[in-house]
Design a binder for this molecule. Structure first.
Ligand code: HEM
Length: 540
């Protein structure tokens, strides 16, 4: 004790300061030594210790990637350091082949050194699940529940009346002397897709569109209105700020980061609670219908399919070679999958739809061709419900959706994490390397696309001329989007329904798209004027 006391009492504040300074110098020297002696050095911004590239905290991440692509991406690979993690960004189609098509090696999406476990996402659901066995089990059951749905008229049977309902609200909101209604399409679509996914997954609606309309009409606030707005808020907050989940644990306590983590955590826990409530209620309803003997296995929604999968009530019991896939799901596992359905299945469609609308309104020739196609398919009755057969015929509409996703993808960065040594882009990489496929860069690379900045849906008619892997809307390989078929049905139905009934004008033709990127590029606002067709024709 005496000796320790003597040592500490002889330490002066300047000694502590010098000690700390030496430690920092050592850390910084070590950081840059590692940086400048790294394997396969590729061009990219010089990182700052601990932080990496500071720009990520101040710029829109997609715009920043786009800018870096122009400066460093000429040879198809550049690199970044984000919060101490090296990321290899791939911008050439030929280099991503192995990442998307080698289904066995590149299954993981992240290094899992961030806060995934704090948010209970590291081994839950599908999208961010880092535990291979849990991911495989969840993906298998999610796919088994959603894929057959997309081959039936079920999505269309939900979408048709839901659009009619939304159209009624818009007309209802029109001022008497106006020829149309000015709406923020992004806000409406967020509500439409949430109602759609809720009906598709649970068979029940959350009526967010209805409550939003009540709010716009200044009707008295009810508990249902608050509940449904909270539901939307739960999805929106996660979509807008989920990047914070990838911040390394060591940085969590920093003053700029802690409040964002706490806010998102609070939001997630509330949203998880709502989903668990829905699942428990449905389990109870199923048990009651089974006891009464009127359980209907024909009208299954996604949630019911997940609850009864691999139980004696499963109408399509499957024998698996892999016995780990044959057990029923727990409520907690179903909650993870339902969370993905709402988070991955709503905003992606909203943004693609809003971007498409923006491009259509800026390209009268494209709009004209779309209207002609709609006219030719619905010549018999322009007001009848849209069927799967109609959607098959709407080829130009599909080309517009693809061209929109090429020029302005809503998911512009897709990651793959290699936990074993690997060879990518002609270089050998050690285990634990994170690769980012920069979709926007590849989709707009003049090597594969003539005049990439021009909006030309006709490109997608000549599929044989499209360079392999040069267009990615739904990713690829074993982690390819599970909702891709539903998404295309939804987008085609929405565009067709909208242009059958209304004409659409942008409120400000000069304004650029208002976007913000987290892991996806979100359309913040799209103000449009919706003019009912009869009125517009009368005016012309
Ligand atoms: C226009 C709409 C959509 C777009 C652009 C889109 C895009 C994507 C992309 C790029 C991925 C990553 C694929 C990869 O890593 O290779 C993905 C994953 C996923 N998507 Fe979609 N998606 C859309 C709609 C939907 C819908 C409607 C659902 C469900 C209802 C859905 C569910 C999922 C799920 C669960 C994953 C994670 C798959 C996994 O990690 O195994 N998506 N999506």
């Amino acid at each position: 004790m005496g000796l320790l006391h003597t040592i500490f009492s002889s330490v002066k504040p300047t000694d502590i300061f010098i000690g700390l300074l030496s430690l920092i110098c050592l850390y910084v020297t070590h950081f840059y030594y590692k940086h400048f002696t790294r394997i396969n050095p590729f061009p990219g911004p010089i990182p700052i210790p601990l932080i990496g590239s500071f720009a990520i905290f101040i710029e829109d991440i997609d715009d920043w990637f786009h800018k870096l692509n122009k400066i460093y991406g000429h040879n198809g690979v550049y690199e970044l350091n984000i919060a101490g993690n090296r990321q290899i960004v791939i911008t050439r189609a030929e280099y991503i082949d192995k990442l998307v098509n080698d289904t066995s090696a590149h299954v993981m999406r992240t290094a899992n050194n961030g806060l995934l476990d704090l948010f209970d996402l590291d081994n839950k659901g599908v999208g961010l699940n880092h535990d291979y066995n849990h991911w495989k089990f969840n993906r298998h059951l999610f796919s088994q529940a959603i894929m057959p749905l997309s081959l039936t008229e079920k999505p269309s049977n939900i979408l048709n009346p839901l659009f009619e309902e939304m159209a009624k609200y818009w007309i209802d909101l029109k001022q008497q002397d106006d020829d149309g209604t000015i709406i923020d399409m992004a806000t409406w679509m967020r509500r439409f897709t949430a109602d759609f996914i809720s009906l598709l997954t649970t068979g029940k609606r959350i009526s967010v569109m209805h409550h939003y309309c009540q709010k716009l009409k200044n009707e008295p606030i009810t508990k249902e209105m608050i509940d449904s707005e909270e539901f939307i808020e739960g999805i929106n907050t996660f979509v807008s700020d989920n990047q914070i989940i990838f911040v390394p644990k060591i940085l969590r306590g920093l003053p700029l980061i802690r409040p964002r983590v706490d806010h998102l955590l609070d939001n997630c826990n509330r949203f998880y609670g709502k989903l668990v409530d829905i699942i428990r209620k449905r389990r109870k309803e199923i048990e009651e219908t089974i006891t009464r003997g009127d359980f209907d296995t024909k009208r299954l929604d996604l949630l019911t399919s997940l609850i009864i999968a691999n139980t004696q009530y499963d109408p399509h019991p499957q024998k698996h070679v892999d016995p780990s896939l044959s057990r029923p799901m727990t409520d907690d596992e179903i909650r993870g999958v339902m969370f993905d359905a709402f988070v991955a299945g709503t905003d992606t469609t909203v943004n693609t739809f809003c971007f498409a609308l923006y491009y259509i309104t800026h390209h009268p020739n494209v709009k004209k061709k779309l209207l002609e196609e709609i006219e030719s398919v619905f010549r018999d009755d322009p007001t009848r419900p849209i069927t799967l057969e109609d959607l098959e015929k709407l080829k130009y509409c599909e080309a517009i959706i693809k061209e929109t996703s090429r020029i302005r993808p809503t998911v512009s960065m897709i990651s793959r994490y290699s936990n074993q040594p690997d060879e990518i882009a002609g270089h050998k990489w050690p285990a634990n390397t994170l690769f980012i496929m920069y979709v926007r860069g590849i989709n707009n690379n003049p090597l594969y696309w003539k005049d990439p900045e021009k909006f030309i849906p006709e490109r997608f008619y000549k599929t044989q001329e499209i360079h392999r892997n040069s267009f990615s809307m739904f990713g690829g390989g074993s982690r390819m989007c599970l909702g891709r078929k539903v998404a295309i049905i939804e987008l085609k139905t929405l565009l067709t329904s909208l242009y059958r009934k209304f004409d659409v004008e942008l409120v400000d033709m000069k304004a650029p798209l208002k976007v913000e990127t987290s892991t996806i590029t979100v359309c913040k606002e799209l103000n449009v004027k919706i003019i009912p067709k009869e009125k517009n024709q009368a005016k012309n």
